[in-house]
Ligand binder design. Structure first.
Ligand code: COA
Length: 378
């Protein structure tokens, strides 16, 4: 293989580390417009979707490119409710995993196993709906397993969000909690060529299958620089007893080169367009309890301090982490909830990649030793 130019003494090929600024392909799924500070799913502004749509409607939009008619939505809802149960071998395999592993490991294993069993039937759209329906069952059962509780079976009379809470806690919360949760799912559903979506597209581009691509995407989302940040944010709040702790803590963190989780973004350099909507959803939950109001106070102070110190803005994970905490989810469940939502975007991208495929295979700039002979073979 040629490494033309890579080892020459002159300037080598331009390296775009982390593929920053590289436009790798076209997509019709969503656009992140940093200049305009907006995110559109299939052309629709996401705050408008969050204000008026259900997560089921948004999932349909992401997959099909248009909002559903009433009959389409009913059909999708019926399919989702029918597909919530996990096959027995999957339940058995997941319950044999050590309870000390991260729930993202459980989810990654579940996706891989569902693919191996091939129970979805049909094509990629059916498989997408099947995964979307089954992942909440995995996430809820795993939170309960870690708490030493038996799983609560899905209830087909309940909506997607209602059923998820039911499977987690055996009860459905009030409308304020449900709606704030649903808004978080709508905001998390899709975000262009982020690392996990790109991972899914890379796997798909080799001609591999949807489950392999989603398995890779779950692995990519787990990292704290990506989806894992919504859990890592709670690690920051755990270190801050009150607003007065913020500035001294931040000074120490920045001096030691620590990245403050929940801040910064590869694309948004002047603020994440999804944050105002999620911040409002967090506020709805936080203002209900003393603990919530306290957390909000610390969160606001840190947001201001980060802007003053580094000119950095919070990303979506910053308000979502505390919102999930106040809704009663265990911290290791936060990123798996992100998966429940983003699986819609991932699978839309997988189908888009397949429909107009080009193998994704970038080049590298070689910086190793120049050609040399093996010892003793001159
Ligand atoms: N805390 C402290 N400093 C940060 C920071 C953070 N969260 N995010 C970025 N920076 C600083 C970097 O240290 C760097 O400073 P320097 O120029 O003085 O070296 C500068 O801002 C640019 O950061 P860089 O990491 O090169 O930007 P990026 O586009 O590659 O990174 C993230 C984007 C998301 C990986 C990065 O902001 C980050 O690690 N954030 C925390 C994790 C997180 O919340 N992830 C969820 C993203 S939605």
């Amino acid at each position: 293989m040629s490494t033309s130019g890579a080892t020459s003494s002159g300037p080598g090929p331009q390296v775009k580390r982390g593929l920053a600024g590289v436009v790798a392909d076209t997509t019709a799924v969503s656009v992140v417009d940093e200049g305009a500070g907006q995110l559109l799913y299939r052309g629709y502004p996401v705050p408008a979707l969050a204000a008026s749509s259900s997560f089921e409607q948004v999932a349909y939009l992401i997959w099909h490119g248009e909002l559903p008619e009433e009959a389409d939505l009913a059909e999708l809802g019926r399919a989702e409710r029918e597909r919530r149960q996990l096959p027995k071998p999957v339940v058995q395999a997941l319950s044999s995993l050590p309870v000390t592993c991260h729930p993202m490991d459980v989810l990654r294993t579940a996706v891989s196993m569902l693919g191996a069993m091939g129970t979805a039937g049909g094509g990629d759209l059916e498989a997408s709906v099947d995964l979307w329906a089954k992942l909440p069952t995995v996430v809820a059962a795993e939170q309960r397993r870690r708490r030493g509780l038996a799983p609560v079976p899905p209830d087909p009379s309940l909506s997607y969000c209602e059923n998820f809470f039911h499977m987690c806690n055996g009860e459905v919360p009030d409308q304020e909690v449900l709606r704030s949760f649903e808004i978080s799912l709508i905001l998390y559903a899709e975000h262009g060529f982020n690392a996990s979506t790109f991972a899914a597209r890379v796997v798909t581009s080799t001609g591999s299958d949807l489950y392999s691509a989603v398995t890779a995407a779950v692995g990519a989302l787990k990292g704290p620089l990506h989806g894992g940040a919504n859990e890592a944010v709670m690690g920051v709040f755990d270190q801050l007893e009150g607003p007065a702790d913020v500035e001294p803590w931040l000074e120490g963190a920045l001096a030691s080169g620590t990245k403050v989780m929940g801040f910064g973004h590869r694309v948004y350099k002047h603020g994440d367009s999804r944050v105002p909507t999620m911040r409002t959803a967090l506020e709805v939950i936080a203002r209900r309890t003393e603990e919530g109001r306290h957390l909000l106070g610390v969160s606001d102070r840190l947001e201001q301090a980060m802007r003053d110190a580094k000119g950095l803005y919070p990303n979506l994970d910053y308000p979502t982490g505390p919102a999930y905490f106040l809704m009663g989810f265990d911290t290791p469940t936060f990123t798996p909830i992100f998966v429940m939502s983003r699986v819609t975007g991932w699978t839309a991208h997988i189908m888009e990649q397949k429909a107009n495929n080009a193998l994704i295979r970038p080049l590298s700039s070689y910086v190793g030793p120049a050609r040399r002979e093996l010892p003793g073979r001159r």
